[in-house]
Design a protein around this ligand. Structure first.
Ligand SMILES: [Zn+2]
Length: 106
């Protein structure tokens, strides 16, 4: 799964098409994400100590990762991710994610 928590993504499907928002949670096993402000659902809750009245809570539902693309802040467009190895002397080489369009690190 290339999308990570904290990434900005561009929504490509459904009611929220064209929106850019931040990933709040990633569920790699299910290929699903929670994205800030996207796919808001109403959930009816029972009263709890924290929320004695209960009632309706509006929160983000999950969306499938195929409905989003990573958004590159550098070239200001939805993009795909490539990986680049960074070699450094005396240290383990590390893999960074780069924008396939402009090469900026994501
Ligand atoms: Zn880019």
């Amino acid at each position: 799964m290339k999308v990570k928590k904290g990434d900005n993504v561009y929504v490509i499907g459904g009611n929220y098409k064209g929106k850019i928002a931040k990933v709040l949670h990633v569920f790699p096993a299910r290929n699903r994400l929670i994205v800030e402000g996207i796919n808001m659902i109403k959930r009816h809750t029972r009263p709890t100590q924290k929320n004695p009245k209960g009632g309706v809570v509006i929160k983000e539902g999950t969306i499938h990762r195929s409905n989003v693309k990573v958004y590159c802040g550098s070239c200001k467009s939805p993009t795909r991710i490539s990986f680049k190895m960074i070699e450094s002397k005396g240290a383990a080489s590390s893999k960074v994610r780069v924008c396939r369009m402009c090469g900026a690190e994501l």
